[in-house]
Design a protein around this ligand. Structure first.
Ligand code: GLU
Length: 304
Protein backbone atom coordinates (compact mmCIF):
# COMPACT_ATOMS: atom_id res chain seq x y z
CA UNK A 1 0.00 0.00 0.00
CA UNK A 2 1.23 3.52 -0.84
CA UNK A 3 0.43 5.79 2.11
CA UNK A 4 1.53 9.07 0.50
CA UNK A 5 -1.86 9.81 -1.04
CA UNK A 6 -3.64 9.08 2.25
CA UNK A 7 -1.23 11.46 4.05
CA UNK A 8 -1.80 14.34 1.66
CA UNK A 9 -5.58 13.94 1.44
CA UNK A 10 -5.90 13.88 5.27
CA UNK A 11 -3.57 16.88 5.57
CA UNK A 12 -5.60 18.84 3.02
CA UNK A 13 -8.75 18.35 5.08
CA UNK A 14 -7.04 19.09 8.43
CA UNK A 15 -5.32 22.22 7.19
CA UNK A 16 -8.75 23.82 6.81
CA UNK A 17 -9.35 23.39 10.59
CA UNK A 18 -8.43 25.98 13.17
CA UNK A 19 -5.14 24.64 14.59
CA UNK A 20 -6.00 25.28 18.23
CA UNK A 21 -3.58 25.38 21.10
CA UNK A 22 -0.04 26.69 21.35
CA UNK A 23 3.57 25.58 21.42
CA UNK A 24 4.96 24.52 24.84
CA UNK A 25 5.20 27.85 26.67
CA UNK A 26 7.04 26.64 29.78
CA UNK A 27 10.20 25.77 27.80
CA UNK A 28 11.23 29.02 26.06
CA UNK A 29 13.24 27.24 23.34
CA UNK A 30 10.14 25.24 22.38
CA UNK A 31 7.75 28.20 22.64
CA UNK A 32 9.34 29.87 19.61
CA UNK A 33 9.20 26.92 17.19
CA UNK A 34 7.35 27.62 13.93
CA UNK A 35 3.82 26.42 14.81
CA UNK A 36 3.01 25.61 11.17
CA UNK A 37 5.58 22.82 10.85
CA UNK A 38 4.07 19.47 9.96
CA UNK A 39 5.75 16.16 9.22
CA UNK A 40 4.69 12.50 9.08
CA UNK A 41 6.57 9.26 8.51
CA UNK A 42 5.52 5.63 8.48
CA UNK A 43 7.92 2.68 8.50
CA UNK A 44 6.65 -0.83 7.82
CA UNK A 45 8.12 -3.98 9.34
CA UNK A 46 9.13 -4.88 5.77
CA UNK A 47 11.38 -1.80 5.70
CA UNK A 48 9.31 0.56 3.50
CA UNK A 49 9.41 4.24 4.48
CA UNK A 50 6.69 6.79 3.59
CA UNK A 51 7.14 10.45 4.45
CA UNK A 52 5.21 13.68 4.05
CA UNK A 53 6.18 17.34 4.28
CA UNK A 54 8.67 18.29 7.11
CA UNK A 55 9.62 14.67 7.81
CA UNK A 56 13.36 15.35 7.51
CA UNK A 57 13.46 18.24 9.95
CA UNK A 58 14.70 17.58 13.48
CA UNK A 59 12.62 18.59 16.50
CA UNK A 60 12.84 17.98 20.23
CA UNK A 61 11.22 14.62 20.96
CA UNK A 62 10.69 15.42 24.69
CA UNK A 63 8.55 12.75 26.39
CA UNK A 64 8.76 10.36 23.46
CA UNK A 65 12.22 9.59 24.82
CA UNK A 66 10.66 8.23 28.02
CA UNK A 67 9.80 5.03 26.14
CA UNK A 68 13.44 4.55 25.16
CA UNK A 69 14.76 5.29 28.65
CA UNK A 70 12.24 2.78 30.04
CA UNK A 71 13.44 0.18 27.53
CA UNK A 72 17.07 0.72 28.54
CA UNK A 73 16.27 0.56 32.28
CA UNK A 74 14.05 -2.51 31.71
CA UNK A 75 17.00 -4.23 30.02
CA UNK A 76 19.20 -3.36 33.02
CA UNK A 77 16.81 -4.18 35.88
CA UNK A 78 14.24 -6.60 34.44
CA UNK A 79 11.04 -6.93 36.45
CA UNK A 80 12.60 -5.26 39.52
CA UNK A 81 11.93 -1.96 37.80
CA UNK A 82 8.26 -2.27 38.80
CA UNK A 83 9.22 -1.91 42.49
CA UNK A 84 10.17 1.69 41.75
CA UNK A 85 7.47 2.74 39.27
CA UNK A 86 3.91 1.48 38.65
CA UNK A 87 2.02 0.41 35.51
CA UNK A 88 -1.31 2.19 36.03
CA UNK A 89 -2.68 5.14 34.07
CA UNK A 90 -2.60 8.23 36.25
CA UNK A 91 -5.58 10.17 34.91
CA UNK A 92 -3.60 13.29 35.81
CA UNK A 93 -1.51 15.74 33.73
CA UNK A 94 2.06 14.75 32.77
CA UNK A 95 3.62 17.01 35.40
CA UNK A 96 1.16 16.48 38.26
CA UNK A 97 2.26 16.18 41.91
CA UNK A 98 -1.01 15.12 43.50
CA UNK A 99 -0.77 11.31 43.56
CA UNK A 100 2.86 11.19 44.63
CA UNK A 101 2.16 12.28 48.19
CA UNK A 102 -0.59 9.68 48.71
CA UNK A 103 1.37 6.93 46.97
CA UNK A 104 4.58 7.50 48.94
CA UNK A 105 6.79 8.67 46.12
CA UNK A 106 6.09 5.72 43.75
CA UNK A 107 4.92 7.23 40.44
CA UNK A 108 1.91 5.66 38.76
CA UNK A 109 3.74 4.85 35.51
CA UNK A 110 7.03 5.51 33.66
CA UNK A 111 5.59 8.05 31.19
CA UNK A 112 4.37 10.79 33.52
CA UNK A 113 7.27 13.07 34.46
CA UNK A 114 7.65 11.60 37.97
CA UNK A 115 7.98 8.07 36.54
CA UNK A 116 10.45 9.13 33.86
CA UNK A 117 12.55 10.89 36.52
CA UNK A 118 12.72 7.64 38.54
CA UNK A 119 13.79 5.82 35.36
CA UNK A 120 16.45 8.52 34.82
CA UNK A 121 17.65 7.90 38.40
CA UNK A 122 17.90 4.14 37.68
CA UNK A 123 20.00 4.83 34.56
CA UNK A 124 22.26 7.35 36.35
CA UNK A 125 22.93 4.64 38.95
CA UNK A 126 23.40 1.80 36.47
CA UNK A 127 25.41 3.35 33.62
CA UNK A 128 29.04 4.48 33.79
CA UNK A 129 28.62 7.56 31.60
CA UNK A 130 24.82 7.84 31.21
CA UNK A 131 24.75 10.61 28.56
CA UNK A 132 27.20 8.75 26.32
CA UNK A 133 25.66 5.32 26.99
CA UNK A 134 22.17 6.60 26.15
CA UNK A 135 23.23 7.97 22.77
CA UNK A 136 25.19 4.77 22.08
CA UNK A 137 21.99 2.82 22.76
CA UNK A 138 20.02 4.95 20.26
CA UNK A 139 22.79 4.66 17.66
CA UNK A 140 22.84 0.90 18.13
CA UNK A 141 19.09 0.72 17.42
CA UNK A 142 19.07 3.04 14.42
CA UNK A 143 22.33 1.73 12.96
CA UNK A 144 24.01 5.17 12.55
CA UNK A 145 25.13 8.15 14.68
CA UNK A 146 22.69 10.78 13.45
CA UNK A 147 20.93 11.48 16.78
CA UNK A 148 22.13 14.01 19.38
CA UNK A 149 21.16 16.19 22.35
CA UNK A 150 20.26 19.88 22.11
CA UNK A 151 22.28 21.74 24.75
CA UNK A 152 20.12 24.86 24.20
CA UNK A 153 16.82 23.05 24.82
CA UNK A 154 18.16 21.16 27.87
CA UNK A 155 19.41 24.45 29.36
CA UNK A 156 16.15 26.25 28.57
CA UNK A 157 14.12 23.51 30.30
CA UNK A 158 16.45 23.42 33.32
CA UNK A 159 16.05 27.15 33.90
CA UNK A 160 12.25 26.83 34.15
CA UNK A 161 11.90 23.39 35.74
CA UNK A 162 10.06 24.34 38.91
CA UNK A 163 7.48 21.53 38.80
CA UNK A 164 9.97 18.84 37.83
CA UNK A 165 12.25 19.92 40.68
CA UNK A 166 9.30 19.68 43.06
CA UNK A 167 8.60 16.15 41.80
CA UNK A 168 12.16 14.91 42.17
CA UNK A 169 12.58 16.41 45.64
CA UNK A 170 9.30 14.92 46.84
CA UNK A 171 10.37 11.49 45.59
CA UNK A 172 13.81 11.92 47.17
CA UNK A 173 12.10 12.56 50.52
CA UNK A 174 10.35 9.18 50.15
CA UNK A 175 13.63 7.43 49.27
CA UNK A 176 12.67 6.70 45.65
CA UNK A 177 15.54 8.76 44.16
CA UNK A 178 18.89 7.15 44.97
CA UNK A 179 21.32 9.55 43.29
CA UNK A 180 22.04 13.26 43.61
CA UNK A 181 18.94 15.20 42.55
CA UNK A 182 20.85 17.67 40.31
CA UNK A 183 22.70 14.84 38.56
CA UNK A 184 19.46 12.98 37.86
CA UNK A 185 17.72 16.11 36.55
CA UNK A 186 20.63 17.06 34.29
CA UNK A 187 20.37 13.63 32.69
CA UNK A 188 16.56 13.90 32.46
CA UNK A 189 16.71 17.32 30.72
CA UNK A 190 19.42 16.04 28.40
CA UNK A 191 17.46 13.04 27.18
CA UNK A 192 14.25 15.11 26.79
CA UNK A 193 16.20 17.52 24.55
CA UNK A 194 17.13 14.83 22.00
CA UNK A 195 16.22 15.94 18.49
CA UNK A 196 15.05 13.61 15.74
CA UNK A 197 13.10 13.77 12.50
CA UNK A 198 9.88 11.80 12.11
CA UNK A 199 11.87 9.54 9.74
CA UNK A 200 14.41 8.81 12.48
CA UNK A 201 11.68 8.27 15.07
CA UNK A 202 9.86 5.60 13.10
CA UNK A 203 13.12 3.76 12.50
CA UNK A 204 14.28 3.96 16.13
CA UNK A 205 10.94 2.66 17.43
CA UNK A 206 10.42 0.00 14.77
CA UNK A 207 11.56 -2.78 17.15
CA UNK A 208 8.35 -2.23 19.15
CA UNK A 209 6.27 -3.02 16.06
CA UNK A 210 8.40 -6.10 15.42
CA UNK A 211 8.32 -8.11 18.68
CA UNK A 212 11.44 -6.42 20.08
CA UNK A 213 13.70 -6.99 17.05
CA UNK A 214 14.88 -4.08 14.89
CA UNK A 215 13.75 -4.71 11.31
CA UNK A 216 16.69 -2.50 10.20
CA UNK A 217 19.63 -4.19 11.93
CA UNK A 218 17.79 -7.45 12.80
CA UNK A 219 19.19 -7.10 16.34
CA UNK A 220 17.02 -7.94 19.36
CA UNK A 221 16.55 -4.81 21.48
CA UNK A 222 14.16 -6.29 24.06
CA UNK A 223 12.40 -9.65 24.41
CA UNK A 224 9.02 -10.23 22.76
CA UNK A 225 7.43 -10.14 26.22
CA UNK A 226 9.09 -6.84 27.13
CA UNK A 227 8.02 -5.29 23.81
CA UNK A 228 4.44 -6.35 24.50
CA UNK A 229 4.55 -4.76 27.97
CA UNK A 230 6.07 -1.48 26.74
CA UNK A 231 3.34 -1.26 24.07
CA UNK A 232 0.68 -1.93 26.72
CA UNK A 233 2.06 0.92 28.80
CA UNK A 234 2.06 3.28 25.82
CA UNK A 235 -1.55 2.35 25.11
CA UNK A 236 -2.70 3.04 28.66
CA UNK A 237 -0.36 5.88 29.74
CA UNK A 238 1.32 7.50 26.72
CA UNK A 239 -1.10 10.47 26.52
CA UNK A 240 -1.46 11.10 30.28
CA UNK A 241 -5.02 12.17 31.09
CA UNK A 242 -5.94 11.84 27.41
CA UNK A 243 -4.85 8.20 27.06
CA UNK A 244 -8.40 6.89 27.04
CA UNK A 245 -9.41 9.32 24.31
CA UNK A 246 -6.38 8.41 22.18
CA UNK A 247 -7.19 4.68 22.51
CA UNK A 248 -10.84 5.46 21.69
CA UNK A 249 -10.13 7.61 18.63
CA UNK A 250 -6.82 6.33 17.25
CA UNK A 251 -6.54 2.80 18.63
CA UNK A 252 -2.74 2.44 18.64
CA UNK A 253 -0.17 2.38 21.46
CA UNK A 254 1.70 5.68 21.38
CA UNK A 255 3.58 8.39 23.22
CA UNK A 256 3.43 12.13 22.81
CA UNK A 257 5.95 14.87 23.64
CA UNK A 258 5.58 18.59 24.29
CA UNK A 259 7.79 19.28 21.26
CA UNK A 260 4.64 18.38 19.27
CA UNK A 261 5.68 14.88 18.26
CA UNK A 262 3.57 11.73 18.55
CA UNK A 263 4.93 8.25 17.99
CA UNK A 264 2.54 5.33 17.54
CA UNK A 265 3.03 1.65 16.87
CA UNK A 266 0.86 -0.95 15.14
CA UNK A 267 2.37 -4.17 16.53
CA UNK A 268 3.13 -6.58 13.70
CA UNK A 269 2.71 -3.90 11.03
CA UNK A 270 4.26 -0.44 11.22
CA UNK A 271 5.48 2.54 13.24
CA UNK A 272 4.14 6.05 12.53
CA UNK A 273 5.35 9.46 13.77
CA UNK A 274 3.74 12.85 13.31
CA UNK A 275 5.02 16.31 14.25
CA UNK A 276 2.94 19.47 14.65
CA UNK A 277 4.13 21.81 17.46
CA UNK A 278 0.84 23.31 18.68
CA UNK A 279 -0.39 21.44 21.78
CA UNK A 280 -3.91 20.98 23.09
CA UNK A 281 -4.82 21.67 26.73
CA UNK A 282 -3.54 18.21 27.78
CA UNK A 283 -0.07 18.87 26.31
CA UNK A 284 -0.50 16.60 23.27
CA UNK A 285 -0.12 17.76 19.65
CA UNK A 286 -3.50 19.08 18.51
CA UNK A 287 -3.13 18.40 14.78
CA UNK A 288 -0.97 15.31 15.34
CA UNK A 289 -3.77 13.61 17.32
CA UNK A 290 -6.36 14.58 14.69
CA UNK A 291 -4.10 13.32 11.92
CA UNK A 292 -3.63 9.90 13.54
CA UNK A 293 -7.35 9.58 14.21
CA UNK A 294 -8.11 10.30 10.54
CA UNK A 295 -5.30 7.99 9.38
CA UNK A 296 -6.31 4.87 11.32
CA UNK A 297 -9.93 5.54 10.36
CA UNK A 298 -9.11 5.96 6.67
CA UNK A 299 -7.06 2.77 6.37
CA UNK A 300 -9.07 0.75 8.93
CA UNK A 301 -5.96 0.10 11.03
CA UNK A 302 -6.39 0.05 14.77
CA UNK A 303 -5.37 -2.74 17.14
CA UNK A 304 -8.96 -3.12 18.31
N1 GLU B 1 10.69 17.56 29.37
C1 GLU B 1 9.25 17.73 29.49
C2 GLU B 1 8.90 17.96 30.96
O1 GLU B 1 9.54 17.37 31.81
C3 GLU B 1 8.57 16.51 28.96
C4 GLU B 1 7.07 16.60 29.00
C5 GLU B 1 6.37 16.05 27.77
O2 GLU B 1 6.95 16.01 26.69
O3 GLU B 1 5.19 15.65 27.89
O4 GLU B 1 8.03 18.70 31.27
Amino acid sequence: MNYNETFSSIYNVLSTLDNEGQTAQYIPELAVIDPEKFGVSLFTNEGELFSFQDAEEKFSIQSIVKVLSLVLAYRQLGVQIWDRVGVEPSGTPFNSLVQLEYEKGIPRNPFINAGAIVVADILVGALKDPEVAFLDFLHEIIGDKSVNYSEAIAKSEKEHAFRNLALVNLMKSFGNIKNDVDRVMDFYFKICSICMTTEELVKVFSFLANEGVSPITEKGIVSQRQAKRVNALMQTCGFYDESGEFAFKVGLPGQSGVGGGILAVHPGKYTIAVWSPKLNAKGNSFLGSKFLEAFTTAIGSSIF
